[in-house]
Design a protein around this ligand. Sequence first.
Ligand code: LLP
Length: 405
Amino acid sequence: MSTILSKEQLTSIANEYGTPVYVYHAEKITEQHNKLKQAFQQSPTRFFYASKALTNINILKHLRTLGCDIDCSSINEVKLALYAGYDPKNILYTSNGIAFSEIEEAVSLGVNVNIDSLSNLEKFGKKYGHSYPVGIRLRPNIMAGGNLKISTGHEKSKFGIPIEQLDKILALVAQQNIFIQGLHVHTGSEIKDVSVFMKVADIFFDLVPHFPEVSFLDLGGGFKVPYKEDEIGTDVPELGAKVAEVIQKLKETYNRNFETWFEPGKFIVSECGYFITEVNVMKQSGATVFAGVNSGFNHLIRPMFYDSYHRIENISNSGAAKHPYTIVGNICETDTFAWDRPISEIREGDLLVFYNAGAYGFEMGSNYNSRFKPAQVLVRNGEAHLIGKRDSFEDLLKNQVELPF
Ligand code: LLP
């Protein structure tokens, strides 16, 4: 079965469910998960889907049935994962900057926890001592990632315990007899270069002797996916082979077995997603031709927030000659999706599809300008299913408390 949805399928979904609409393809998610399993089969590896990328409960359930584990960035994501049927031992909670009470809640739910500050590690040690195994998130002082907003391992980053504070970590661990079961580093998103992961693996290699109870090394997420036509993503088979070598060397050096853990979000769900919009207004201004769609950064913030590129196609006129268009939304401030992009001739009413929209698309959406969040549809075994209703007017008011006037 093809893992690409055709223009005909997308058009028929737009006709049935209206626009704007996010469409996801279950078989593409399966394909991505299989690629990971294949690439890392030479050494024991676990994949925890970084659910922040797309938390629709059906996506979580689909991944659970594939045998994928799940990574959560808030206690609510942990609860969504439990709701989706994940066993607590297959749930990982990698948080940052949270109140200790959230860690206590995660412990009471029985999930794996990575701790990101000395302060919470100390509280954890005082309360649990050696009774609950825990991972620690470290900041390796490595600059990596597609842009500064998604770089998390550099020396000015808020994430993790700075590696230069190792002495303090070790003192706490010794004092409170903390059971450190894993080391964690996530240097950022959109990391194409395999050597970044290997640098982290080298750091782990040197740290392991300090932590005799560590059994997993968590390299985080951040595999790059190709957004542009000529881009290439992270070479996961190469990474898989290199990681297997390190794990083997670790075993030989320290006479212990280690698992590698990963937390990929984008790699698993980005390419399965299509965002379909409709052109409301064409406007000419000098050499610029604007195509205004029935959406904006309230639905897909990545272009405005990160200057991200999403391939855009006019599926209503795909054979026509290409011209440069500036694709904009209908929000009350600049919300440009693409500048002077060559696209097949656009007319009002045409459907424009944004590709690679599965990760951090709907999930980072908002109701800015009191616009409704889009509907979400999942194509599975060739059939389209509504998995998220478009907002209704009542949704805009549902949490507002009206005073008497
Ligand atoms: N693990 C941790 C601790 C993370 O913070 C993240 C992402 C991931 C795993 C998953 O990273 P991924 O494999 O999806 O790159 N909104 C941005 C991406 C920011 C991700 C933040 N943390 C974007 O749209 O590009």
